[in-house]
Ligand binder design. Structure first.
Ligand SMILES: [Zn+2]
Length: 642
């Protein structure tokens, strides 16, 4: 192995990543904007935590046709979880619970996915064949997800090269997890069965920053169709990372592209450090063949401990086991990620597989501070005949869980002798990754025979091709020529309102800067005011912009018109206060002047500023502010020193 130590994130160079052979690819899951779910007629996007029914299920592994158990299936079985589904009759029918066969594929979802495939320059396949993908974590009550490939072999330009797109599939979304504690996991089923696409890229990205940048491009292309869902949970990234000699590890469900660089850096570091750990073990003569451990029940020895987590366990009649890892001295303090050590790999397995969730769930003899006393450690070591070359891991809880945990501790320690175990990992808030589950085997997919194959007709392909939107970077070029403010260019290019922008500029001759402001900046401002902008549809925007271009509302009136339209749900010119003519303005100024005088505000040197403000409050949005300012100034001139 090359002699290299990972530097802090900010100090890593492209050459450093090249040295360790960093490689990464993306699997992007993106919900499509459809009215209904993929294989039934339930509404899509109707999220609600209220429920009419609860279903309890247990997952059991079955032998595959090859006569093997799937690794994930076995792991999920070991966790002995009660899986509970919350079901709302508005958003779920008997299909999702596998009591009714699937309906025909949602045609709307099919069209959107084909369109996205074309934008990624993929080949669209001729015939759809539906498959079942095993899902045994409980997130899909039937234990499988219906999925089918829709396009393959695409490419997306990035820097001076192309990123290869392996394939795009359409699949059903899973349930949303509500809680997972001890042996109970609760899901809400509203999201289940909603159509999403999974886009898989080749591992073409060479640095953590590249992964995020490519993710951004892919997501921008998809968003620019205006036919995908946005907002929390609508797009989720799985990021796979490997280094030279490491293992392809999937980091699951990264909720935001911004978090990718740090996560992939930490994962690469983890793999590198695990390979170094294997070297160290080899030096100590510990290999898969010579690895040895011993497990013993030490409840009796620690019965009187004052170390709180163990003392609590004793009070609840739980048991305490010690696992001796022969020759592992100090290796649980081996650094794996930023401020993360090998002991975390073990603790994670104990938490996920043995369901011992309360942390700390293990203590070990490589870090004795703030655990049981030195005398107790000595007593434990003596009783189980551990030497100074060994590491002792202590775990406690209900006996069945502690037996599972002890086995997992030994399994994970032994895996250190082979390198980086195959598993999926979760994205943690601090930018490190944590164990999620054992990687499913290749026999995970099998044909689904409930629906016949479906041909994609040439007419369908041609119809979609004819309306294919322009690629967003081409739109960006045009916006730059139009001098749209730089910070609005990208959001506008990928906005669902981009078509309206072209119309506003080309047909209604609206100043591009103003149109961009209205379509991108104003909705943001409304959102900040906690006004739900999702309610305002394209027609409302169009109505307001058209009214402006015909001189029916003033520039200042656009924003008030938008917030007004949102509250009403529609835009209707008649609902707005009418624009003010110059003659009417004169009268308003006179009245305002009289009012101020009644309130004995006069003879101050800021009088005309106060008067202008008072008039503006009465006419805002109904006449240009420049006209108001000018008219007040004229009024002041005409009437001498007001
Ligand atoms: Zn349904």
């Amino acid at each position: 192995m090359i002699d290299f130590t990972f530097k802090p994130f900010n100090e890593m160079t492209d050459d450093d990543y090249k040295l360790v052979g960093f490689k990464s690819g993306l699997e992007i899951h993106q919900q499509l904007y459809t009215d209904r779910k993929l294989f039934c007629r339930c509404p899509a996007g109707l999220y609600n935590h209220n429920f009419d029914a609860e279903i309890l299920r247990h997952m059991r592994p079955t032998l595959s046709e090859l006569g093997e158990y799937d690794g994930t299936a076995l792991m999920e079985f070991k966790t002995k979880k009660d899986i509970i589904y919350h079901i709302n009759r508005e958003s779920v029918c008997t299909y999702e619970m596998d009591d009714t066969p699937p309906f025909e594929i949602n045609e709307q979802a099919l069209d959107i996915a084909i369109e996205i495939g074309m934008l990624y320059r993929c080949s669209i396949i001729d015939e759809i064949h539906i498959a079942r993908k095993q899902y045994l974590d409980g997130s899909i009550p039937t234990g499988f997800q219906r999925t089918f490939i829709i396009s393959v072999d695409g490419k997306v330009p990035y820097k001076d090269r192309n990123i290869e797109i392996f394939q795009i599939s359409i699949e059903e979304d899973s349930c949303r997890e509500v809680s997972d504690y001890g042996h109970t996991r609760v899901y809400v089923a509203d999201r289940l069965g909603m159509p999403l696409i999974e886009t898989v890229t080749a591992p073409d990205m060479k640095t953590p920053v590249e992964v995020a940048e490519v993710g951004k491009i892919l997501s921008n292309i998809v968003k620019s169709t205006g036919k995908v869902r946005t907002g929390a949970g609508a797009a989720r990234e799985d990021v796979n990372v490997s280094i030279e000699g490491g293992t392809r590890i999937e980091i699951k469900g990264v909720p935001s592209l911004k978090r990718i660089p740090l996560l992939t850096y930490n994962e690469a570091m983890r793999q590198w450090n695990l390979l170094k750990l294997r070297e160290e073990l080899k030096k100590r003569g510990i290999t898969p063949e010579t690895f040895s451990h011993k497990t013993e029940n030490i409840t009796r020895i620690l019965r009187k401990t004052i170390y709180q987590p163990l003392a609590n366990a004793m009070n609840e009649d739980k048991v305490v086991y010690a696992v001796t890892l022969k020759g592992f001295k100090n290796l649980l303090n081996w650094q794996t990620q930023t401020e993360t050590y090998f002991s975390k790999e073990i603790s994670d397995r104990v938490r996920v597989i043995a369901c011992l969730n309360t942390l700390p769930n293990i203590i070990h003899s490589d870090s004795t501070a703030e655990t049981i006393s030195i005398a107790e450690w000595q007593k434990v070591k003596k009783t189980i005949s551990a030497t100074d070359e060994d590491t002792v891991v202590i775990v406690w809880g209900p006996e069945a869980d502690v037996i599972t945990a002890s086995k997992e501790i030994a399994i994970r320690a032994k895996e250190a002798t082979t390198g980086v175990p195959s598993e999926t990992r979760q994205a943690l808030k601090d930018g490190t990754t944590g164990f999620e589950r054992i990687l499913p085997g290749p026999e995970r997919m099998y044909p689904d025979t409930d629906l016949p194959p479906k041909r994609i007709s040439d007419e369908r392909i041609n119809r979609i091709k004819a309306h294919l939107p322009e690629l967003y970077w081409e739109k960006e070029r045009w916006y730059r020529e139009l001098k749209v403010p730089e910070d609005l260019i990208e959001p506008l290019a990928v906005s669902r309102l981009t078509g309206l922008f072209s119309k506003a500029v080309k047909e209604w001759k609206i100043d591009p800067k103003l149109a961009a402001l209205v379509l991108i900046q104003f909705p943001k401002r409304l959102r900040r005011m906690k006004i739900n902008f999702e309610k305002i549809d394209e027609e409302v925007f169009a109505g307001i912009l058209k009214a402006y271009s015909h001189g029916l509302i003033e520039r200042e009136g656009i924003f008030p018109a938008m917030s007004f339209a949102i509250r009403q749900g529609i835009f209707d010119l008649d609902d707005l206060p009418p624009p003010i003519e110059k003659e009417d303005l004169k009268e308003i100024i006179m009245n305002a002047n009289a009012e101020l005088r009644r309130n004995k505000i006069h003879n101050t040197n800021k009088y005309d500023v106060i008067l202008t403000g008072s008039v503006m409050n009465k006419v805002r949005g109904r006449i240009k502010s420049s006209i108001v300012i000018k008219s007040v100034a004229n009024f002041a001139k005409e009437h001498g020193n007001v």
